[in-house]
Design a protein around this ligand. Structure first.
Ligand code: SAH
Ligand code: SF4
Length: 345
């Protein structure tokens, strides 16, 4: 009895190298396979014409190329494109492409759904389906590059899912995105956004690459944060702060904090002062983001005045802060709306 073939997308580049070793193949074959999959987007092992026919046949008995297609897309008046990407097993996720003069940024998903249950987030409200495979994460970026007919310069794990809850696959994907054999995106231009899982945050600090980190804080008041992010109830705001300080000192890199401004929930003066104290003496940049009400939960965004007050007070107390300009608002980019509208498997 032989095992059923598994999707080749389950393998990282290290995994592909190990598979070649197991088949008694020289190491350079692994790079050839990576190039075929994630630079040339081969849909089958048959297409990998510089591999010996016998190897292609052996690969095909062990692996399938699961693949991914753009099932639906919407284009915003500002050029942002939002995609529903469906994988070979029927699972669908959202991916967003944000063009900006010399740059093309892809916002990709790391899980189908999310188990964290943040109350303002459409993904969180929809629950968790499954982890994405490393190759499925990379394929989203490839599809956007092909759709725009341009090189992707930046990629951020800010779509659906919690990247640190799928750590190994996300790291494997970041390394493929970074690899000159695949997309060759600079490590500093690859960003992970996390709700703040501490063990993985510490691990991320030890990775050799200069990946960029963003942490979703949303409130420096424990009770408010617990209410907004029920999946993070075990994570103390003080412990998160300490981990961020260690991250910055160990890596020499400055993380970002994401702070979604929700009227009457986390935008009071008391909340602002807690945020100021959280950031004091820390190497950090705060992104203030008016909440997108499309996330559900009857939340509305803070006024422009409140947002400016937060920014000005942070800057005055020595913390860099910007109000993020919303992209793709007319297509509800990155808030789980497309998937809900089109319907999911
Ligand atoms: N799970 C990770 C990454 C995906 S969410 C994380 O939470 O960081 C990416 C970002 O979108 C997070 O900062 C998240 O808080 C934010 N977000 C989710 N729903 C939102 C909404 N309705 N309006 C504004 N930002 C939202
Ligand atoms: Fe998950 Fe991030 Fe949404 Fe929270 S905000 S539910 S962690 S995707």
């Amino acid at each position: 009895m032989t095992d059923a073939p598994q999707p080749i997308e389950a393998l990282t580049s290290t995994g592909i190298a190990a598979a070649m070793d197991a088949l008694g193949e020289p190491r350079y074959r692994a790079r050839q396979v990576v190039r075929w999959l994630y630079a040339r987007e081969a849909a089958s092992f048959d297409e990998m014409t510089d591999l010996p026919v016998a190897l292609r046949e052996r690969l095909a008995t062990r692996f399938i190329v699961r693949g991914a297609v753009i099932e639906a897309s919407q284009t915003s008046s500002d050029g942002t494109r939002k995609y529903l990407v469906r994988f070979g097993d029927g699972t669908a996720v959202e991916t967003v492409g944000l063009p900006d003069e010399g740059r093309l940024t892809v916002c990709f998903s790391t899980q189908a759904g999310c188990a964290m249950g943040c109350t303002f987030c459409a993904t969180g409200r929809g629950g968790f389906s499954r982890d994405l495979l490393p190759g499925e994460i990379v394929r989203q970026v490839l599809l956007v590059a092909r759709d725009f007919g341009r090189r992707v310069t930046n990629a951020v794990a800010m779509g659906q899912g919690e990247p640190f809850a799928n750590y190994d696959a996300v790291l494997g994907a970041l390394r493929l995105l970074n690899s000159p054999d695949a997309l060759g995106i600079g490590a500093r231009h690859l960003t992970v956004s996390t709700c703040g899982l501490l063990a993985q945050l510490r691990r991320f600090a030890t990775e050799p690459e200069q990946f960029t980190l963003a942490v979703s804080l949303h409130s420096a008041v424990q009770t408010t944060r617990d209410r907004l992010m029920p999946g993070l109830r075990g994570v103390g705001v003080g412990a998160l702060r300490q981990s961020l300080i260690e991250y910055a000192s160990e890596t020499g890199r400055r993380p970002s904090l994401e702070y979604t401004l929700i009227a009457g929930v986390n935008d009071s003066d008391a909340e602002l002062e807690s945020l100021v104290e959280f950031c004091r003496g820390m190497l950090v940049h705060v992104n203030l983001i008016p909440v997108n009400p499309a996330g559900g939960g009857s939340f509305s965004r803070s006024s422009a005045d409140r947002a400016r007050r937060f920014r000005d007070r942070l800057v005055a107390t020595g913390t860099e802060a910007t109000i993020r300009v919303e992209r793709g608002a007319d297509i509800d980019a990155a808030c789980g709306q497309l998937r809900q509208r089109v319907g999911d498997a």
